[in-house]
Write a protein that binds this ligand. Structure first.
Ligand SMILES: [Zn+2]
Length: 103
């Protein structure tokens, strides 16, 4: 199973506590509080898995930047000058990076 497959399953799973909360039609009960916590935990797991799926770098104003946190890594010449600059993860947020197409 890939991270993308797991994300899809967790996203489907995340609809269950939200649906259950809606069906109870009650507010501020121990059950609705638990369901909100459960949905939050699943959301955190989805975010962590999404960070493990490499995303292509974005180019903004001539600068390569992280697709998740938008931190900038420098322009093409900067990246070319630093042979080891193409790190597999953003050192600011941990997002896995896809350097495909960046020479
Ligand atoms: Zn980042």
């Amino acid at each position: 199973m890939t991270e993308v497959d797991a994300i899809k399953i967790l996203q489907n799973l995340n609809s269950i506590p939200l649906l259950a909360k809606k069906l109870t039609k009650q507010k501020d009960t121990p059950l609705t509080a638990y369901l909100e916590k459960e949905a939050e935990a699943i959301g955190i797991a989805i975010d962590a898995l999404e960070a493990q799926v490499p995303k292509k770098l974005e180019i903004w104003n001539g600068q390569y930047q992280c697709p998740a946190c938008e931190s900038q890594f420098g322009n093409k010449d900067d990246v070319d000058d630093m042979a080891n600059a193409k790190k597999p993860y953003c050192h600011f947020c941990g997002q896995a990076l896809d350097w495909g197409g960046v020479k």
